[in-house]
Design a protein around this ligand. Structure first.
Ligand code: MRU
Length: 346
């Protein structure tokens, strides 16, 4: 797959493949300012927890460049305000705030830095965050490949693949690694209403890479499992609480409940940066409430009557008891998750 997150030194800008138009059009969105970065995050030009973390890291650099260009006297205050704008563009995926905190922490360690120093340093640091995410995806793949048997069909919800990371994905990483081992693996991509990350994005990237993928309506999950058509479920996560409760795209909790009913193992794959040890359990994870238009319209076509309210919660939380394992770059965590996660952060 073409790298969908690219830093352009010529443009001094972050260039993103615009995921709103996939799979039918490959258009690029250029971010030169904090406003561009925030727009890209909010309207989901770029989405997926690790990918928005990497975008936020470059966003910190662009924030510093913007403050530098403005020549404002209190550059530290102006910069901190811009960093907060980036960190709060979307509330659920902790990777966004994680990346901004990481960049801010590096700055705090170097109080002597001028703004010029900081710009140069942060660009390098953002590139490191970018490169590390690629390596993390590979490690998640290696950790999870053995969970997949030759001949398995794996159901996934939303897109936790290359388009959601800088590398080759989180939920799709063990699948890709199993395929690289020579196993025959098929994928069922839930369409993932309302933004259709599964139908548009997971199907796009797997099809492009030659991994057999079938799209199913979200509400087909129970029938597919009842018919024995699914051997494993692997999904990504936007935030995993300290007790292992995992927030992911709306509909994931329902898939986990159905998987439990039919005895299908349900795994979550995510980098350690998605685990938030400061959030004790899933009830404390903020759930993004997005614009009604994503539900009332499909593309330009209105599908609900004028004046009827809709719900558009973007995420739900799967309780830890439904999760067979959490696949990270540091191995597969098993219950009890509170202990396993505490050990990771020791
Ligand atoms: O709203 P989105 O598309 O950003 O939601 C993405 C998901 O829910 C993904 O499953 C999650 O971020 C993991 S991405 C590796």
């Amino acid at each position: 797959m073409t790298e969908h997150i690219q830093f352009s030194p010529e443009k001094d800008a972050l260039v993103l493949l615009d995921q709103r138009y996939l799979p039918t059009r490959e258009e690029w969105f250029v971010c030169k300012t904090v406003a561009d970065i925030c727009e890209a995050l909010v309207v989901m030009v770029v989405r997926g927890a690790p990918a928005i973390g990497v975008t936020a890291a470059y966003g910190c650099y662009l924030a510093a460049r913007e403050v530098q260009a403005s020549g404002v006297a209190d550059w530290k205050g102006a910069l901190s305000a811009k960093l907060e704008q980036v960190a709060s563009a979307r509330p659920t995926a902790v990777n966004l705030r994680w990346a901004v905190r990481l960049m801010q922490g590096e700055w705090n360690k170097r109080p002597e830095f001028s703004l010029d120093d900081l710009c140069a340093f942060w660009l390098q640091k953002a590139k490191t965050v970018h490169a590390e995410d690629i390596a993390t995806c590979m490690a998640i793949g290696a950790a999870g490949a053995d969970l997949i048997d030759d001949g398995d069909t794996v159901l996934t919800h939303c897109n936790a693949g290359a388009l959601a990371t800088a590398g080759y994905g989180t939920a799709l990483a063990p699948i890709r690694a199993a395929v690289a081992q020579g196993k025959k693996v098929r994928v069922i991509a839930d369409e993932t209403r309302p933004f259709l990350q599964g139908a548009r994005l997971t199907a796009y990237e797997l099809h492009k890479d030659g991994i057999p993928v079938t799209v199913a309506c979200d509400n087909a999950c129970a029938l597919l499992m009842q018919r024995g058509l699914v051997q494993k479920v692997i999904v990504g996560a936007d935030r995993i609480a300290a007790n292992g409760d995992a927030a992911n795209k709306i509909g994931t909790f329902g898939v986990a409940l159905i998987a439990k009913e039919f005895g299908v193992p349900f795994y979550v794959a995510a980098p350690v940066s998605t685990i938030d040890p400061e959030t004790a359990d899933g009830s404390l994870i903020p759930i993004e409430d997005r614009t009604p238009r994503e539900v009332t319209h499909v593309g330009q076509t209105q599908i609900t009557p004028d004046g009827v309210p809709v719900y558009n919660f973007a995420f739900d939380v799967t309780p830890n008891r439904l999760i067979r394992g959490i696949i990270t770059e540091r191995g597969v965590l098993a219950a009890p998750y509170t202990e396993a996660i505490a050990k990771l952060f020791k």
